[in-house]
Ligand binder design. Structure first.
Ligand code: FAD
Ligand code: GLY
Length: 374
């Protein structure tokens, strides 16, 4: 078996899916390979928050990228629905980032000032003002930041909408195909070797999330990345308990369609173990109850865990490898891969077409590998 493609993407999460969709829109013949089921890893575990302002500091290079990506969701939601029929459940009601201590109050007020100075909408609300929208929030809350622009989607639906739309535009998608190695010749990528044979392409994009470094290692490429596990649980309720997403230190509550509330998430570095721990879930239950006492009345649904892809300096890698022409890497989205997926697809499709944008130089691959190749 030896088909020739314009590009091969390794990884069927939200990042691989978004890249496949953008390349297909540009008329490329693409193959996407996923070793398990589509969206079965971090992308299927995510809470789906589009927390550009809640989760990132304004001086982080990711902030501009994330704000730009967040702005792509309304049009993308319609485009994906039209092509795939999948509703990504985009909710644009804003988010409350709440404080439980005086230090958190000071921190949030500083954050609001920085964001307002940058021209973004964010305001401080007292507990009484927040309670007008969220009457069931605990009286332990000392006010919070209202962020009208931060929304949320269904992470799994978004990931599957990307891949289904990509398939509708001609992308070949194969699940349960494990890419064992990259095929290279004299510094050029030639394709991949898998459990079902070899596939050829002069462009291979590694979008394998937390597992990207394993694949690259086999070709002698070291990528400064590490896994960070996150656990969540969900509950069901007939009576709506929340209107908007509530974000706090170490815990968030995301109201979803059908009376579901997702509660997340733990943060444990350097493990690929996806087991859910009693310790992780009991900590989340405690924090969630402190924020929203009425959550105790809900029906238990389920728990799960996912592995976030993190990098040494906390910024994702987007680029072509200087030692292997045609080898592209798109990973390291850590806690914001759902939010960053629309812009990542466009950016990587641009790079594959030879269009690099200096605006995004903070994410270039060379920062990880300069010591190996300088
Ligand atoms: P993945 O989804 O892990 O996909 C990589 C895929 O590559 C996997 O399916 C894997 O099986 C496949 N693969 C790996 N190696 C190979 C190989 N050799 N051959 C073939 N296939 C391979 N982000 C947000 O923006 N908002 C949130 O609210 C949010 N909440 C989160 C909550 C939790 C609990 C977790 C864990 C993450 C959360 N994130 C959130 C982060 C987000 O989920 C990730 O940043 C994002 O999913 C990363 O996408 P990915 O496609 O790079 O990785
Ligand atoms: N962005 C939420 C999380 O990673 O848990």
């Amino acid at each position: 078996m030896n088909s020739i493609y314009d590009a091969i993407i390794v990884g069927g999460g939200v990042i691989g899916g978004s890249i496949a969709f953008q390349l297909a829109k540009r008329g490329k013949k693409v193959l996407l390979l996923e070793k398990d089921r589509l969206a079965s890893k971090a992308s299927g575990a995510a809470a789906g928050m589009l927390g550009a302002q809640a989760e990132l500091d304004a001086d982080n290079p990711l902030f501009t990228l994330a704000s730009r990506s967040r702005g792509m969701f309304p049009a993308l939601s319609k485009e994906l629905k039209d092509i795939s029929g999948i509703d990504i459940e985009l909710v644009n009601k804003g988010m409350f980032k709440v404080a439980l201590t005086d230090d958190q109050v000071a921190e949030l007020k500083k954050m609001i000032k920085v964001q307002q100075d940058a021209g973004l909408e964010a305001e401080w609300l007292s507990t009484a003002e927040i309670r007008k929208t969220e009457p069931l929030l605990s009286d332990e809350i000392k006010g919070g930041m209202f962020i009208p622009g931060d929304g949320q989607v269904s992470a799994t639906r978004l990931s599957l909408a990307f891949t289904k739309s990509a398939a509708a535009l001609g992308v070949d998608i194969k699940e349960f195909v494990h890419v064992f190695d990259l095929r290279t010749e004299n510094g050029y990528v030639k394709g991949v070797s898998t459990n079902i044979g070899e596939f050829s392409s002069e462009n291979v994009i590694v979008a394998s999330g937390a597992w990207s470094a394993f694949l690259l290692e086999k070709s002698g490429i070291n990528l400064d990345t590490y896994p960070i596990k996150g656990e969540c649980f969900s509950v069901l309720t007939d009576r709506p308990l929340l209107e908007k997403t509530i974000f706090s230190h170490g815990c968030y509550l995301v109201p979803k369609v059908g009376g579901r509330i997702i509660v997340g998430a733990t943060v444990k570095a350097n493990t690929f173990d996806q087991k859910v721990s009693m310790e992780g879930i009991s900590t989340l239950i405690e924090k969630a109850t402190q924020l929203l006492p009425a959550i105790k009345e809900t029906e238990w649904e389920k728990t799960w865990a996912g592995i976030r892809p993190q990098t040494g300096d906390g910024l994702p890698y987007f680029g072509e490898h200087p030692a292997y022409k045609g080898l592209f890497i798109a990973t390291g989205h850590f806690r914001n891969g759902i939010l960053l997926s629309p812009i990542t697809g466009v950016l990587i499709a641009d790079i594959v077409e030879g269009k690099t944008n200096p605006e995004w130089s903070a994410f270039r691959l060379e920062r990880s590998i300069q010591t190996q190749f300088s």
